[in-house]
Write a protein that binds this ligand. Structure first.
Ligand code: SF4
Length: 98
């Protein structure tokens, strides 16, 4: 099973490399609506709750505004999160510069 998980949020393609993640939680601190640590303390996307009684209450990555999402992704100390914009340009990690 691949350890890469991917979501499109605000038109941005966000990929978490769960093999790279060391579970410091910087992304979660910055954007808890979008990221969480799973039971193994590895970053994952927050999924909508599958609770039929509280359909309106679920949390989605889209609840995070674009700038804060990018800050959260760029906060990763081991570059486990990569983001591509709508044109396919890699924008996180920003210091890669491609
Ligand atoms: S900031 Fe990076 S290392 Fe830390 S939990 Fe998030 S993905 Fe994992």
């Amino acid at each position: 099973m691949s350890r890469l998980v991917e979501r499109v949020v605000h038109g941005l393609r966000v990929v978490i490399d769960r093999d790279q993640c060391v579970g410091f939680g910087d992304c979660v601190k910055e954007a808890p609506e979008g990221f969480k640590l799973d039971e193994d303390s590895i970053a994952a996307f927050v999924e909508p709750e599958a609770d039929e009684d509280s359909i309106a209450a679920f949390v989605e990555p889209e609840a995070v505004e674009r700038e804060r999402l990018l800050r959260a992704c760029d906060a990763c100390p081991v570059d486990a999160i990569t983001v591509w914009d709508e044109t396919g340009r890699q924008i996180v990690p920003s210091r890669v510069g491609i």
